[in-house]
Structures are given as C-alpha cells and as structure tokens.
Design a protein around this ligand. Structure first.
Ligand code: GDD
Ligand code: MN
Length: 371
C-alpha cells in the first residue's frame, strides 16, 4: 500500500447518509469534498444504494476497503429515496446524522456550521435554499422552482412548521429523533424531511443554514411527477391529522372527477337527437366508471399499476363489478338512514361515503392487488 491510512476514530460524531441511485460518477468527488470540508470532525459516511445498475455500490465498497469511514448499504428489490435515508440513519450509532444528495447539488461547505448549531443545542438544522445566503436559481428549472414553491406552501400549512425549505433533502439532526419516530415514517418518495418534522415525538428546535443549490455534477435527476404526487398525498394525509389514508384521499378525489365527468357526459349525450334521459344517464355511468378506472390506475394505484391489454380488461371488469356493489351499498345505507332521520342531504352523503369506502376497499383487494 503506497499511502498510509489514518487510524479510524473509535466512534464518529457525525454520520453522513448519502442515498444513491446511479451516482457512480459523483461518489469520489463527493467524498473528496466532504473530507476537505470536515477536517477536525470525526465523521463517517453511509452510502445507501438501491442496487444501481451503474455499479455505484461496487464502487462504494471498493472505496470503503481503503477508507473505513465509508460504508455501503446495498438494498435490493427496493426503490425509494425516503426509505434509503431512513435505513441509513438507523444504521448509524453516531449522536448526529445528516442526509445529503450524492450529486453535489448540496454544498458540503456548510456542514461544519450545521454541526456547530447542533452542538449548541439545536435539534434539527436544515440546509435551505430560501434563507439569506441560499439560492435555488442555478440548480432548478422554472417549472421545478414553481412546483417547489407550491409544495412548500402546502407543507407549511399541513405541518404547521415555519422554516423555509421543507422540501430540502439536505439536513442534519440528532439521531435519537429519527430513532423515536422511525416506525411512523413513510419510505416512498422524496418527502423525508417534512415527514420527520410531522412525525417527531416532541417539538423540535429547528434552525436553517443557507446555501446555493448547485447544478448536478454527473447523471440525471430522479424527481418526477410520481414523486410530486407522493408528496401531495402525504401533506393531505397530515392535514387530516393522519386519520385518512393517502390512497383513500386520492381515490375520493378521483371519484369527484368522476362526478364531473358523469354530469358533462349526460349533458353531451342529451344533445344527440333521440337519446332518452335513461340512455344518457347509463352512458354517463359507464364513461365515468371507465375514466375513474384509468385515472386510479395511473395515480391512486400507481405502485400496483395494471399494464397490458389482458390485465387492464380484467381490471376494468372487476372495477365495474365492485362499483355496482358499491352503488347497492350506497343506496342501501342512504335509504336506511333516511327512514330513521328523513334529512335528504345527510342520508345522501352517508350513502356516498359508504359507497366510496366500499369501492375503495374492494378495489384495493381485487382490482389492484399489490402482489
Ligand atoms: N437509494 C436511493 N433510492 N437513492 C435515490 C433514489 C432511490 O430511489 N432516488 C433518488 N436517489 C438519490 C439520488 O441518487 C441523489 O443522490 C439524491 O437521492 C437526490 O436525487 P435527485 O434525483 O438528484 O433529486 P433532485 O435533485 O431532483 O431533488 C432535489 O430537490 C428535492 C426537493 O425539491 C433533492 O435535493 C431532493 O433531496 C429534494 O427533496
Ligand atoms: Mn439532484
């Protein structure tokens, strides 16, 4: 061996958790910069890789062989940024953990300042693109910037938290906070920070440090519309106090679009000469159910999406059957309640809720089985 390695410290004060998917081209440069930024700090790094096809984990393990501060957690048959971050943090035994992207968009130079704030008694320090000294101008397209602002406004309301970069993927906190709330965290999507804040078992002392969000060094972003939907779902779930499942919220929203589509179809069909109301209503039922099926297939059940002609046809037929029974349940409950208390809107609403819960439960069981 040509270079003599420093003896590893007995235990690290700070664990950097680096989630990776196809980041082979960025890893060495990331480690070099982190090492330079954190002189004098006992740090270690856990690279959590979801079996990247580009061989990121093999490279991480190779580096680890020479530098024991670097470790790699290779996950197979699983994807998800949040889950990777959670598992990385739970694999640490250091008092402080930080999460940072591998693509060098996050500025490692602020790590010492973040650590300083934790040492001074803060619970969570967020690397922020929105406070003084921070910026997202360089790393974001205009569309991404607008989406980020919208998500942030929504999250601020849902979480009732008042720091500026809730969507940040760059933060440092006491490990015990994650240990305490880990069972309540969701492992899909990009919303890990907002989720931790919403799930923390006690109020957190939060501070921010600004930084410039840079352009990605190598490779490409994995942020897409599904990630955005995922975030929206979590915020709606938190806004309901966590009582209504995310999937049901989407199912109900899709149902509402079905009602609009139904009404539009009835009106359109009646424009055709000779079409009776009964025929128009029947056509509208079929159109609305079909559109509900397809929208649910890409949004509500996107993780169990039916693909290919056979599965889709089978799915539609099952969905029609489920909805038919749902309609019976709807009318049954509404009638029963109306006979007890003859208030039209309450009975009708109860029927709609009953029908939706029925449709949702059976759809989850029979139409989009996740196996
Ligand atoms: N293990 C694992 N599994 N890592 C992943 C996955 C995954 O499924 N998806 C993405 N990553 C890693 C990437 O390799 C990268 O290191 C980091 O997570 C961020 O992913 P990017 O794809 O580069 O995200 P981005 O730059 O578009 O999004 C940035 O802004 C978001 C907020 O708007 C990031 O900073 C996010 O962390 C942040 O939430
Ligand atoms: Mn990135």
């Amino acid at each position: 061996m040509e270079t003599e390695k420093k003896a590893p410290p007995l235990s690290a004060e700070l664990t950097l958790v680096i989630p990776t998917f196809n980041e082979r081209g960025n890893l060495r440069e990331l480690i070099r910069r982190v090492d330079a930024a954190l002189t004098g700090v006992d740090w270690e790094m856990i690279v959590v890789d979801d079996n990247s096809p580009d061989g990121t984990s093999a490279l991480a393990k190779k580096i680890s062989h020479d530098d024991p501060r670097i470790r790699c957690l290779r996950r197979v048959n699983r994807r998800g940024l949040a889950g990777a971050c959670i598992e990385g943090m739970l694999a640490s035994s250091a008092p402080v953990v930080a999460v940072m992207d591998a693509d060098l968009q996050h500025d490692e130079a602020i790590l010492p300042k973040m650590l300083q704030k934790l040492r001074a008694g803060c619970d969570l320090v967020v690397g922020s693109r929105h406070v003084e000294g921070g910026s997202a101008e360089d790393g974001f397209s205009a569309r991404r910037a607008a989406m980020s602002r919208f998500a942030h406004r929504l999250a601020k309301r849902a979480l009732n938290a008042d720091f500026s970069d809730l969507m940040s993927g760059f933060f440092m906190l006491r490990r015990e906070i994650v240990e305490d709330c880990a069972p309540h965290l969701t492992s899909s999507g990009f919303k890990i920070l907002a989720d931790i804040v919403a799930s923390a078992q006690k109020p957190l002392k939060i501070e921010e440090v600004g930084y410039m969000f840079r352009e990605r060094l190598e490779g490409e972003s994995k942020f897409d519309i599904k990630v955005g939907l995922d975030f929206l779902g979590l915020m709606l779930n938190k806004a309901s106090g966590g009582r209504i499942p995310v999937r049901f919220i989407f199912f109900a929203l899709v149902g509402a679009t079905g009602v609009a589509i139904h009404l539009a179809t009835v009106h359109l069909a009646l424009l055709v000469p000779g079409v009776s109301f009964t025929l128009a209503q029947s056509v509208a039922v079929a159109v609305a159910m079909t559109s509900n099926f397809f929208i649910n297939n890409v949004i509500t059940y996107r993780d169990a999406q039916l693909k290919g002609l056979g599965p889709i046809l089978r799915g539609i037929l099952y969905f029609y059957a489920v909805c038919a029974f749902g309609a019976v349940a709807n009318v049954g409950v509404a009638t029963w309640l109306y006979n007890l208390y003859p208030v039209v809107s309450i009975s009708a609403l109860a029927g709609v809720i009953m029908g939706s819960v029925w449709n949702f439960t059976l759809s989850s069981l029979f139409v989009w089985r996740n196996d």
